[in-house]
Write a protein that binds this ligand. Structure first.
Ligand code: DNO
Length: 350
């Protein structure tokens, strides 16, 4: 495995010279942030990220995300042209040495939370999700202001999109995903890039919008659409783990070789569709991180790993979920888990 860290570019308060001091850090996970979804990234802006990373002894082999424009997801008439732009980005990234691209296929919203500063008893704060509170913000009834959601749709645009997605439903979304994969995966494979779809967060439909990368059955279906190794997943423990129907250890075992990117974080489930984010160790939350890592390593996982959302601790302020301190603690915990599992398995096989 290669340990990586998400970096939001030059404006990220967490700077590269700090990231490089985290033990065993191999590289950054980043993206070109000033180009709209659907447009082609300039080669110079891709290389600029690589050069900044290298100047700090870090690699740039993982992109999160190349966003998929809504028009591709709902199948607008110009989706062919947009898919071609997407392919061109993948070619350019491959040429620049990027080996893994994370993306998602969630309609309209990316990750959703109801609270950004959930107060923990130890004085830290973290992101939280409470379904009742989320549904009370029904975008068709009220003006939507969801924490962490910074798209600038007008109410009319939002209603239009929601209507389209309700009409196409889950099967329509699958059809558009299939078209996307059949065009993009061969290009990625040729460019030496592994595609890693991010599961839906949380892994269930919201506001009547279809969500499909949510569970084992659907991930099976996804992987079979294009049974090429370049068509893989991001195993995001905090996203899939929010549903108690998902057996993460089983999924880790089953998908290990097609997991190109691993997002490790822990959550505490406190009710039906209600959770808050906690520190990474198993003891702090509802997920068994050791068993997940063991299942992956035992079954041939050889991808990139990053600590995912951290709490805000030691009075740090910054981008919610993406401060330095708790993610750095998470990173060293991850290194410890892998070291223990790899040594134990090595000893057993001796
Ligand atoms: C949230 C992230 C997601 C993720 C995208 C990938 O913190 O895990 O925003 O980057 O869904 O496309």
């Amino acid at each position: 495995m290669k340990l990586t860290f998400r970096w939001y570019g030059k404006n990220d308060p967490v700077t590269l010279d700090k990231i490089r001091q985290i033990p065993q850090m191999s590289g950054i996970v980043s993206a070109v942030y000033d180009v709209a979804p659907g447009k082609v990234w300039s080669e110079s802006s891709i290389l600029e990220i690589k050069e900044m990373a290298q100047a700090n002894g870090l690699e740039f082999e993982v992109v999160e995300s190349v966003p998929v424009p809504e028009e591709i997801k709902y199948g607008a008439p110009n989706s062919d042209e947009l898919i071609e732009n997407y392919c061109e980005n993948i070619r350019r990234l491959g040429k620049a040495g990027v080996k893994c691209v994370c993306y998602n296929f969630m309609p309209v919203f990316d990750w959703l939370r109801s609270e950004l500063e959930h107060q923990n008893t130890d004085g830290s704060n973290s992101l939280a999700y409470n379904e009742e509170q989320v549904l009370a913000m029904d975008p068709e009834k009220t003006s939507l202001s969801l924490p962490g959601w910074d798209e600038s749709y007008t109410k009319e645009e939002l209603s239009r999109l929601i209507k389209i997605y309700k009409e196409i439903g889950e099967e329509g979304l699958w059809k558009n995903l299939e078209k996307f994969l059949k065009k993009v995966i061969p290009v990625a494979s040729e460019a030496g890039v592994n595609m890693a779809i991010h599961p839906d967060d949380p892994p269930w439909g919201i506001f009547g919008l279809p969500r499909i990368i949510t569970c084992e059955e659907n991930i099976d279906r996804f992987l079979q659409i294009v049974p090429d190794n370049a068509n893989g997943i991001t195993l995001c423990t905090g996203s899939l783990g929010a549903s108690t129907d998902n057996d993460l250890v089983k999924m880790a075992r089953k998908y290990a070789k097609r997991v190109h990117f691993l997002h490790l974080r822990n959550i505490k489930i406190v009710g039906k569709r209600e959770f808050y984010e906690v520190a990474h160790p198993s003891e702090c939350g509802s997920l068994d991180m050791l068993e997940i890592v063991k299942a992956l390593v035992q079954n041939g996982f050889d991808g990139y790993v990053r600590p995912d959302h951290g709490r805000m601790i030691w009075n740090e302020s910054g981008k919610y979920g993406y401060g330095l301190f708790d993610r750095a603690l998470g990173a060293t915990y991850i290194v410890g888990l892998f070291e223990a599992v790899e040594k134990m398995l090595g000893d057993i096989n001796k």
